[in-house]
Design a binder for this molecule. Structure first.
Ligand SMILES: O=C(CO)[C@@H](O)[C@H](O)COP(=O)(O)O
Ligand SMILES: [Fe+2]
Length: 223
């Protein structure tokens, strides 16, 4: 699809790259700058080698923004915490296919909580891993870095997987968003969109820039 005919992507700034001493202001700033969703990376120091923040931070931010909270759980197991994140204000909860032990059950639980359900897959995980849960998901998150840290380089080898997932989603005939997560900047964004992603998650490429609105515009248009 050409850039001309492609619909505008959803832009989801990743809070992981924000100034943690000024989270409320940072969220307000990306909302003013035109962000569509806020991506919240929850890390447990076990499933991934880093610890970020948990439901208390979502709860504290929830009254201060209308942005949808797109919560990316990099925790294992996730199930004992799903209700906490729902209560704290998550709109979407994404769990990793690799986090186990029962992906199908985790997705059922998220839906039963009344939220949009997402599945994320690591770079080494094939697209096929999500085929049998496509009837339960609203979002597929394709990790374009190894999860755990912001500021890593985009793994272009994941582009064929994004394209394969786009074909699978089209065949499934369901309205499922495909996120590309990690290393997204003005150079990689158009490649991910061309492959079939429709949600761009970006931390450093937005919060690392002085002008958030310009940074968001640069991702959406590839300028
Ligand atoms: O889930 C993750 C990392 O595990 C991402 O959401 C990153 O936070 C994206 O950061 P950048 O690569 O855009 O800096
Ligand atoms: Fe993420």
């Amino acid at each position: 699809m050409s850039a001309m005919s492609r619909p505008s992507p959803i832009i989801a700034p990743s809070l992981l790259a924000a100034d943690f001493g000024r989270l409320r202001e940072e969220v307000a700033a990306v909302e003013r700058a035109g962000a569509h969703w806020l991506h919240l990376d929850v890390m447990d120091g076990h499933f991934v080698p880093n610890i970020s923040f948990g439901a208390l931070v979502l709860n504290a931010l929830r009254p201060h923004t209308r942005l949808a909270f797109d919560v990316h759980l990099m925790i294992a197991p996730a199930d004992p915490y799903l209700a906490d994140f729902a209560k704290a204000g998550a709109d979407h909860i994404t769990v990793h296919a690799e986090a186990g032990p029962h992906l199908h059950r985790s997705l059922q639980t998220i839906r039963a909580l009344g939220l949009k359900a997402g599945v994320a897959i690591n770079p080494a995980t094939p697209a096929e891993a999500v085929r049998h849960v496509l009837d339960l998901v609203d979002i597929v998150n394709v990790m374009t870095v190894n999860p755990g840290f912001g500021g890593q380089s985009f793994l272009a080898g994941q582009l064929p997987k994004i394209a394969e997932l786009r074909r699978m989603v089209t065949e499934a005939g369901r309205d499922i968003r495909i996120e590309t997560d990690g290393g997204i900047d003005a150079a990689s964004a158009p490649r991910a969109l061309e492959a079939g992603a429709d949600v761009l998650i970006a931390g450093s490429a937005i919060f690392g820039k002085p002008d958030y609105a310009a940074a968001i515009a640069a991702l959406g248009t590839g300028d």
